[in-house]
Design a protein around this ligand. Structure first.
Ligand code: HEM
Length: 146
C-alpha cells in the first residue's frame, strides 16, 4: 500500500469506529431513557395508589404522605416526562406507541397537565393538614395512562 492508501485506509477505520461508537452511544442513551421513564411511571403508579387510597378512605388520611405522593408525581411529570420521550419514542423493551410522535403536542400537554394537577394536590394537602376534604378529590377525568 502506498502512503496515500495507508492514510485513506486509516481514515476509513477511524470513521467507521466513530460511527459504530456513536450508534452504540445513542442506543445506550435510548435504553437508559426507556428504563428511566418506566421507573418514573412505576413510582407514579405507587404514588397514585397512595393518593387514591386516601381519596377512597381505604387508608387513613395523612397530609404528609399525601403531599409526598403528590411531589413524586409532580417531579416526574411536565418537562421531565416529555424529555424522556425525546428522540425515537418506540424502542426495544418499550410499550410506548408510535402514535405519540404524531400527537406530540397532545402528549406534552398531558405531561404538563399532570404536573399542574400534582401541584394542586400538594397545595390542597397544605390547606388540609389534619382532615381530608372532599374538595381534594379529582375534579376532572381519571388518571392518565400510557
Ligand atoms: C399519575 C399518572 C400516571 C401513572 C400512574 C402512570 C403509570 C404508568 C405505568 C405503571 C406504566 C408502565 C411502566 C412499565 O412498563 O414498567 C406507564 C407507561 C407509560 N406511560 Fe404512564 N402513567 C401516568 C401518566 C402518564 C402521562 C401523563 C403520560 C403521557 C403524557 C404517560 C405515558 C406513558 C407511556 C408512553 C408509557 C409507556 C412507556 C414505555 O414503555 O416506554 N403516562 N405509565
Amino acid at each position: 500500500m502506498g502512503s496515500k492508501a495507508v492514510k485513506m485506509f486509516g481514515l476509513i477505520l477511524v470513521a467507521s469506529a466513530a460511527a459504530a461508537f456513536s450508534a452504540t452511544a445513542a442506543e445506550n442513551l435510548q435504553s437508559r431513557s426507556v428504563a428511566q421513564r418506566q421507573q418514573d411511571m412505576e413510582a407514579m403508579a405507587v404514588a397514585a395508589k397512595t393518593i387514591n387510597a386516601m381519596f377512597k378512605g381505604s387508608s387513613a388520611y395523612d397530609a404528609k404522605a399525601f403531599k409526598a405522593a403528590a411531589a413524586t408525581i409532580g417531579s416526574r411529570s411536565g418537562h421531565r416526562l416529555s424529555s424522556l420521550f425525546d428522540g425515537s419514542v418506540t424502542a426495544p423493551g418499550s410499550k410506548a406507541s408510535a402514535g405519540i410522535e404524531a400527537e406530540r403536542d397532545q402528549f406534552d400537554k398531558l405531561a404538563a397537565d399532570l404536573g399542574v394537577y400534582a401541584s394542586a394536590l400538594s397545595a390542597a394537602a397544605d390547606r388540609n393538614p389534619d382532615v381530608f376534604s372532599p374538595q381534594m378529590r379529582m375534579q376532572g377525568g381519571d388518571a392518565m395512562m400510557g
